[in-house]
Design a protein around this ligand. Structure first.
Ligand code: ZN
Length: 206
């Protein structure tokens, strides 16, 4: 499932070289910045997910893994477990390593280095569901889909508190890179409101 061709039209962002100011964050989800005469609303989860995705893609054939200090035992639906165990080689290239304990139970020994351990089990179940659905996908598309899942699970979530330094980093990345217009699922990362649009709303101009 490629979202590339289905991407909606992007509203023109201000010149990337112009100075910007991070104003703050609302609803623990949207970072507000201003640049030139435009107010920018940045979805922090979408931005972080895309940054993660691009970094994972850039790692090439093999995503770096981290060994779990204590392996996780997961009780899965037997069909999901079978789908995972059939794709062991692919999973290893994504940073996962697991063993079959039989009867739908798997032992998860290693996960992608970018992924917080708390997201390990959820990411693997989601990948299992993808693998069950995604048999018709080309290997490249399937791999990209699975990297989307990892990027999403490794990203800060809407509703979480974000430190000022993290906000500054996300805004800087979004405004200085040309590959961060949409999250890997095709949702926009940045929505803008211009001075003119505001003035119209307040009926300062017609
Ligand atoms: Zn996501």
């Amino acid at each position: 499932m490629s979202s590339q061709s289905a991407e909606p039209e992007q509203t023109a962002l201000p010149l990337q070289t112009a100075a910007w100011r991070v104003v703050g964050e609302v609803l623990d989800t949207y970072i507000i910045a201003e640049q030139d005469e435009t107010v920018l609303f940045i979805d922090k989860h979408a931005a972080h997910e895309r940054i993660n995705f691009e970094r994972l893609m850039a790692q090439g054939v093999e995503v770096t893994g981290q060994l779990l200090l204590a392996p996780h035992t997961l009780e899965l639906d037997p069909d999901e477990a079978a789908a995972l165990l059939q794709e062991q080689a692919l999973l290893r290239t994504l940073g996962y390593d697991l063993d079959d304990l039989g009867g739908g139970t798997v032992l998860l020994r290693q996960i992608p280095a970018d992924l917080p351990e708390a997201e390990a089990d959820a990411s693997l179940s989601e990948i299992a569901a993808h693998l069950q659905r995604g048999v018709k996908d080309s290997p490249e598309n399937l791999r990209a889909e699975l990297l989307h899942t990892i990027a999403c699970k490794a990203a800060i979530k809407g509703g979480w508190h974000t430190e000022a330094a993290e906000r500054d980093y996300l805004v800087e990345q979004v405004l200085t890179r040309s590959d961060l217009k949409y999250c890997p699922h095709g949702r926009p990362i940045c929505v803008t409101l211009t001075k003119k649009q505001l003035e119209k709303q307040f009926k300062r101009i017609v």
